[in-house]
Design a binder for this molecule. Sequence first.
Ligand SMILES: *[C@@H]1O[C@H](CO)[C@@H](O)[C@H](O)[C@H]1NC(C)=O
Ligand SMILES: *[C@@H]1O[C@H](CO)[C@@H](O)[C@H](O)[C@H]1NC(C)=O
Ligand SMILES: CC(=O)N[C@H]1CO[C@H](CO)[C@@H](O)[C@@H]1O
Length: 413
Amino acid sequence: MSKKSFVHYSEDCDFPIENLPYGVFSTNDDEVPRIGVAIGDLILDLKKTANIFRGPLLKDKQGVFKQTTLNDFMALGKQCWKEARASLQSYLLIENINNQNKGVFVKQNDAKMHLPATIGDYSDFFSSYYHAYNCSLMFRMEILKSNWRYVPIAYHGRSSSINVSGTLVKRPQGQIIEDHNNPIPIFQKTKRLDYEFEVGVFIGGELNEQGKPLKIDNVDDYIFGIVLLNDWSARDIQLWEMVPLGPFLAKNFSTTISPWIVTMEALESFKTDNMQQDPVALPYLRHDDKYNFDITLESYLKTDDSIVTKLCKTNYKYLYWTAKQQLCHHSITGCNMKPGDLLGSGTISGPTDDSLGCLMEITFNGKNPLILANGKSRTFLEDGDEVIFTGYCQGNGYRVGFGTCSGKIIPNE
Ligand SMILES: *[C@@H]1O[C@H](CO)[C@@H](O)[C@H](O)[C@H]1NC(C)=O
Ligand SMILES: *[C@@H]1O[C@H](CO)[C@@H](O)[C@H](O)[C@H]1NC(C)=O
Ligand SMILES: CC(=O)N[C@H]1CO[C@H](CO)[C@@H](O)[C@@H]1O
């Protein structure tokens, strides 16, 4: 695209004019959360600039930009999202440099970020082939030979414990088996606290009524945008509780998301081939159009001595089930979906040893400790550890980035 804005930023900035992600922020002098758009290291305050949305679809709906969450804007649907993007890009173009002095920008460093939407429901999938493959190896389960290749597997998560990047994560406690030869649980703090590198998809538009499934052909019309997501997991609690109904409290204590929602319009030019599915999906899940995205995902561990160790470099394109298939499948029995619902992808691991999306895989369930940059080792997370995710799509001379999704472990005292 190579458009130029009057806001200056470098080529590797996450938030050029080609991106324009939405978030909700507040400042010290105005503590009411409001909607903004990231550009360079600034935020354009949409509460103050709602009148720039003068296109035919939005001119009577400017009120959606003056809310404290994005839900109302998300509910408007694809055509409105496109019109809003066009208005924003034109407002920020270098030709319109006089907009620079209108007092409508806030420095990102001066803002506090909030959850971008009221998340009614949150479901978390298990859609990365390589992650599922490694889990089969570790737990000697025939995951890939049973239902996995036919059905996009997921569980219903808790939306109440989803927080924005930077929120502290308290080490959870629960029932744990210490000695597998004597499976009687004890109650204690988790010793196997892990992160899971995922992305989350926010949905919107005029979604389906109960009993009326979405159709695969146009289900992408209901996908609003993407955030980075950390599905913190207590592996020892999980292992004991998940038979036979799946994870429950091992994943209910905290989920962290990055604050900026990168829209599907910004990601359009980073579409890449879907993974080949074998066997071909059932007809209700079948689609030929590309709906995978080339998003580089990197994770880091910062220990309390401030030394940073790179954990992995993976890519969103390693998802076997696309977000279109996930959303369509979610609605297929008639489950009604709502604007602001969030769908997690599942841990995204790639095919190589340096592209594994959680510690359980990196350390082979704690058997092979990871040596950190400061010479110490980890099997699972310790108190004071901070896990940081970043993500970006590389364009020609610019990046469409996601900012960061981070969380630090604090002791449970
Ligand atoms: C998760 O489970 C714990 C332990 O039962 C409970 O105290 C907590 O309220 C639950 N939190 C959520 C968000 O469900
Ligand atoms: C996480 O978010 C919920 C509601 O959005 C809030 O009640 C809770 O206090 C937050 N947790 C932390 C640790 O800030
Ligand atoms: C822990 C584990 O099984 N790791 C393997 C995951 O899969 C990749 C290849 O897909 C292997 O290289 C890892 O050793």
